[in-house]
Design a protein around this ligand. Sequence first.
Ligand code: AMP
Ligand code: ZN
Length: 123
Amino acid sequence: MPSPRDDCLFCSIAREGAYVNKTKGFVAIHDINPKAKVHVLVIPERHVDTFREVGEFSAKETKRMLEFVAETAREVGLNDYRVLVNVGRSAGQTIYHLHWHLLGGDASGEDIPAGVATAEAEL
Ligand code: AMP
Ligand code: ZN
C-alpha cells in the first residue's frame, strides 16, 4: 500500500474519519455538504488522484471497491441511488483523491443538482 499523502484531506479522513462504513482498504463517510437526502462518499485508503488512475488498483481491490460501494448503499438504507465519480476539474472534481459519490433517499433522483450529477453538460 503506498504511503498516504500528508497534504491530502481524504488520506487523513481514510485514516481517522467518522465512518459510515469501513472495510479493509476502504471507508465511507457522510459528505459534509450533502447534495441529496443521503450523500455518502466511498474513499479508498490508497491515494490515487482521479478515476483515470483506477488501473493502479489490483483486480481484486477494484472488485472489493465496487462491492463496498453497493454494500454501503445497503448499509445506509438505499435501494435506489446514483453512483457518481467526477473526473477532472471541468467535470466538478474538487478533491484529488479518488472517491465515489452515493446519492439517494430523495423522492426523485431528479432532485440531485447539476453541479454534482450532470456536469457532462459543461464538458
Ligand atoms: P468532488 O467535487 O467530486 O471532488 O467531491 C468532493 C466532495 O467532498 C464534495 O461533495 C464535498 O462536499 C465533500 N467534502 C469536502 N470536504 C469534506 C469533508 N471534510 N468531509 C466530508 N466531505 C467533504
Ligand atoms: Zn489522498
